[in-house]
Design a protein around this ligand. Sequence first.
Ligand SMILES: Nc1ncnc2c1ncn2[C@@H]1O[C@H](COP(=O)(O)OP(=O)(O)OP(=O)(O)O)[C@@H](O)[C@H]1O
Length: 363
Amino acid sequence: MTITTENVLAVLGTVNDPDLKQDLVSLGMIEKLQVHNLTISFVVVLTTPACPLKEFIRQECVRALEGAFGEGLELDIHMSSRVTSTRSNAPVLPNVKNIIAVASGKGGVGKSTVTANLAVSLAKTGAKVGVVDADIFGPSMPIMFNVEYEQPGVEQEGGKSYIIPVEQYGVKLISIGLLTPADHAVIWRGPMAAQALRQFLADARWGELDYLLIDLPPGTSDIHLSLVQTVPVTGAVIVTTPQKVAVADARKAVAMFKQPQINVPILGIVENMAYFTPAELPENKYYIFGQGGGRQLAEKQHVPFLGQVPLVQGIRESGDSGYPAVLKHDASADAFRDLAEALARQIAIRNANMDKTQVVNVD
Ligand SMILES: Nc1ncnc2c1ncn2[C@@H]1O[C@H](COP(=O)(O)OP(=O)(O)OP(=O)(O)O)[C@@H](O)[C@H]1O
């Protein structure tokens, strides 16, 4: 076969994205293709910079091209990404490509820890990321991001005030905790909390974002309903520990998101504190909260399982010191990075499966 642009495209049309189950050419992932003698250069545009299959897809392109045109080719393949979205026509925050609700049934299972580490991990891959801390009962993000004493800015435009998120570790952040003094007990009523969340979303300068993560209060509350009524949400992540009581509550959270008036797809379940590992004996695993509860829940509910995070002293210390564990170089950082990749992957799959013109506005 002669090496022409058409033939190269025909060959690349046989390489499938394993997640999206379609070929790279039909998916529009091949750009800037140039052919000159034995030199073939092009860009593969992935659906997320956190794509765990980056190297695999590259290798598949090489294998297919060498199989068709023989060895001795000069291949110049660049891997790039453009995060997909089904929100571009959304009435609120159309420049935010994906809004992800992070929820849990039970309190204290590590929802905020997981949110903070997912956000920083996605930002580390080059994605534009924001976090809304809507956990009115325990807004812990300011401590976890070490911005406790910072104040979000305010900008006036057309007689209206807009909040400017604070930025840390490449992540834009707005927290209820940043608007109230640390030692000030605010008694939140449902409508007040819902109003605050609406402002964080609609009256804040988020700019363009690939992923906006919302750390919700534990359980099921007005604020969950208010969220989906304010913005079309891409999907929800449910955090649980393997413990029976936590899993039972996580099941209720899954059921809540599936209810017709909420109707938010579950992107996956995270099993936090899956087992305890002492730093000096990393091979030892102690299943102090039981074993596999999160994975089993995912299987029973037919939703993706995003992965496990161990119970490690360093994760707690990182949270308290305001330096997320994923910024370190250890096994916990690896766990959070894998989790972020799994989430980005599920978001891309969900976006590909949804008709891109069909943005559901529940207002
Ligand atoms: N994998 C882990 N290993 C060690 N400590 C953890 C882990 N995950 C969370 N923690 C610690 O557990 C505590 C509770 O975590 P976190 O605040 O993230 O939970 P939450 O589910 O967001 O709680 P809330 O009910 O306030 O929403 C924190 O002190 C945190 O540092």
